[in-house]
Design a protein around this ligand. Structure first.
Ligand SMILES: Nc1ncnc2c1ncn2[C@@H]1O[C@H](COP(=O)(O)OP(=O)(O)O)[C@@H](O)[C@H]1O
Ligand SMILES: CC(=O)N[C@@H](CCC(=O)OP(=O)(O)O)C(=O)O
Length: 298
């Protein structure tokens, strides 16, 4: 009997993935889906298919999404000016309301819809739901140019997670569903806080002791000054890249998140290109994934 080689190759691909399915079964993967990676419909469909496949092989995916460009577009439509400091959006009360509307409303439900279309069951929540994330106002300082004096910066209602209660994630996951989390939290002061989505994902990955934190963005990973991909980084490497200006803008909170996550319970973090077809599957189920891997030591 002759065998069709293409069918044989498919079986081999599945068998190659078997040790990875076994290694990660029952573990959490926190996947941060950035606003820039959401690009087009095909990418959104493939992202949802990957998440549903992870769930089908026994991994617990937790999706945390961004939406920076989409918030920016809505602010522009409404004639509200916006400003970023070190990759973080300065957020007054009106901006916080618009950010919550775009993130918890439009984007969160679109992702839940894509996962449903791919055959999965998702529940869309934000950090406010079930007491998932308590936020506190982010404290930032900056050195005055030409002096060593640290000046306090006021970013308004930009929050950082101060307390994470993962009960709601475990409840949703235990019921066979996929949590999809918008990066909004409530403070003990009752205010709504806008949280950078990378920061939110990192806090959840640490609290869940996730096997992986995946940050899907619109670049192939962390690049050096010549534009070459840096495949493996430690927290010490990242501090050096920050100090010498290799990383800037949105990459700053992204890598700060990776460092915090791997230093507080998450095994490893990966920055990878969400625009590449099935980027997550290539990362998880092949010997050498794509993107930049951040881990504690080499
Ligand atoms: N060294 C670097 N390597 C890769 N990207 C970098 C670097 N420094 C700054 N960046 C910028 O960081 C961006 C990714 O962050 P961000 O725009 O916040 O993405 P997302 O919306 O996916 O979270 C890249 O598109 C790039 O412009
Ligand atoms: C404080 C802060 O900057 N919040 C972000 C939240 C969304 C986000 O992080 O989206 P991306 O991942 O697509 O950039 C913002 O307002 O844009």
């Amino acid at each position: 009997m002759t065998q069709r080689p293409d069918i044989h190759a498919k079986a081999e691909t599945l068998i190659e993935a078997l040790p990875y399915f076994q290694r990660y079964a029952g573990r959490s993967f926190v996947v941060k889906y950035g606003g820039n990676a959401m690009g087009d419909d095909r990418a959104a469909r493939e992202f949802a298919e990957d998440v549903v496949l992870l769930k089908a092989v026994g991994i617990n995916p937790v999706v945390v999404h961004g939406g920076g460009p989409q918030i920016g577009a809505m602010l522009e439509k409404l004639g509200v000016e916006t400003q970023f400091i070190d990759g973080l959006r300065v957020t007054d009360k009106q901006t916080a309301e618009i950010a919550e509307m775009v993130l918890s409303g439009a984007i969160n439900k679109a992702i839940v819809g894509s996962i449903a279309h791919a055959g999965g069951k998702a529940i869309g929540i934000s950090g406010k739901d079930g007491g998932l994330v308590t936020a506190t106002k982010l404290q930032r300082t900056q050195k005055d140019p030409g002096s060593n004096i640290e000046k306090a910066l006021d970013l308004g209602f930009v929050g950082e997670p101060s307390k994470v209660d993962t009960t709601i994630i475990e409840t949703v996951t235990g019921a066979g569903m996929i949590p999809v989390v918008a990066p909004i939290g409530v403070g003990e002061d009752g205010h709504t806080y806008n949280i950078n989505a990378d920061t939110m994902a990192g806090a959840l990955a640490a609290a869940l002791g996730a096997a992986r934190l995946l940050l899907l963005t619109d670049v192939s990973g962390v690049l050096d000054k010549q534009g070459n991909l840096l495949t493996d980084l430690t927290p010490a490497d990242i501090r050096r890249l920050r100090a010498d200006g290799t990383i800037s803008g949105g990459m700053i909170p992204k890598l700060e998140t990776c460092v915090q996550a791997v230093e507080s319970g998450c095994e490893a973090a990966v920055v990878l290109d969400g625009r590449v077809a099935h980027a997550m599957l290539l990362e998880f189920f092949t010997a050498r994934g794509a993107g930049t891997l951040v881990a504690k030591g080499r």
